[in-house]
Design a protein around this ligand. Structure first.
Ligand code: FES
Length: 240
């Protein structure tokens, strides 16, 4: 089985920049809209998420023991399995602490509607994980430090709704089902909607290690009232 590094086509010693570049290239190549397949796209997403989470040591050990390193050297590993992707020493048990970004599990509100589910379903994401949904509708990615949720989704090849990118229109709204994003008071969402877990993906990224969000909620009745037409900003919303 290919290691996450092999899926991305990078050496296990690649630095963060090389990994991000390889990921962006692979995510474009494997996107179903660009000649790839849903399975390959998800495989690339998972590989990147695992590298970012430091969750690759076991597979590297197996691959190296089998002489299956991506550099073709076939040499046995000198590492005790505790080296991280950038070659620095690390304790596997501290993998989460080393993670540079937050893990996001996302689900398209339109898929919820199409499947007859509800945003209030307690097992929404469990059901989604057991359903054969397209990676555009459901999956996972890592949000790097300093990225907004919208920027992270776009960098990974997704076309989530937006218009103003400044907290004024609500086209980019998401529903936080689990985890946390900043409060965002002072922007277009009223207190009552913030209290119900709605946030603007153009403004912030997660402030928790893990986040479950439903995106594309702009047509929910309460949000539809707040939503300003995308034309006002001279910017087309990809899914409008
Ligand atoms: S894109 Fe307008 S509030 Fe986010």
């Amino acid at each position: 089985m290919a290691t996450p590094f092999e899926v991305l086509g990078v050496d296990p010693d690649a630095d963060d920049g090389e990994i991000v570049d390889a990921y962006r290239q692979r995510v474009k190549e494997s996107h179903p809209d660009h000649g790839g397949s849903a399975e390959e796209f998800q495989r690339v997403q998972d590989a990147y998420a695992r590298i970012q989470a430091g969750d690759v040591d076991d597979e590297l050990e197996v691959a190296e023991a089998a002489g299956d390193r991506s550099d073709g050297s076939g040499e046995s590993a000198e590492s005790d399995g505790s080296d991280s992707a950038d070659g620095s020493e690390s304790d596997p048990e501290d993998a989460d602490a080393e993670q540079t970004g937050a893990r996001v599990e996302y689900l398209d509100y339109q898929a919820i509607v199409d499947l007859g589910w509800s945003l209030d379903d307690e097992d929404l994401f469990e059901k989604a994980s057991e359903t054969d949904l397209d990676p555009v509708d459901y999956g996972r990615f890592v949000v790097e430090e300093g990225e907004t949720l919208l920027e992270a989704a776009e960098a990974r090849g997704f076309a989530w709704p937006y218009a103003c990118r400044g907290g004024a229109c609500s086209n980019c709204a998401v529903a936080v089902v689990e985890g946390e994003m900043p409060d965002q008071r002072g922007h277009i969402l009223p207190r009552e909607m913030l209290d119900r877990g709605f946030r603007l993906s153009c403004l912030d990224g997660p402030v928790s290690d893990d986040l479950r969000v439903v995106f594309n909620v702009k047509h929910l009745p309460d949000l539809d009232e707040l939503r300003l037409p995308t034309g006002r900003f001279g910017q087309a919303s990809p899914t409008d």
